[in-house]
Design a protein around this ligand. Sequence first.
Ligand code: HEM
Length: 115
Amino acid sequence: MTDIVLYLHLALGLFVLAALVLNRVRQWKAPVLAAALLLVLSGAYNFMTHMAGAPKGWHAFIGIKLLLALHVIAMLFLMSRGTAPPEKVARWRKGALVSCTLVVAIGLYFSNFAS
Ligand code: HEM
């Protein structure tokens, strides 16, 4: 179960990153927002199941990952509304791309390399 949720979390995370890279948040509004909500739920599950026996620095980095992930999700909601001027959306997208790349990197590091 733990592995399945982590793989689902990975797939959802890569989908959100792809939507940002390809600039399709507005067009893929419903699946992107559904993925954002599922990321929060599966992320909370990962948090509870990976907390015991976590490596050094895990809590600090996963805490930072959570804050950056919330930044990405807030930007997804704002971008998907489609009411902001294009320059503002471009700025939001750039910030979300930076945060999302860091979030994916921290997650992959702790799931696969830290011990
Ligand atoms: C934009 C949203 C998010 C993205 C793109 C994302 C991405 C990822 C990725 C790629 C992984 C590694 C998965 C794997 O190796 O199979 C991961 C792991 C994880 N994520 Fe997220 N995540 C997001 C949101 C969240 C949230 C909101 C939480 C809540 C605390 C969270 C908590 C975790 C935890 C605890 C792990 C496992 C770390 C470990 O194995 O020790 N994530 N995430």
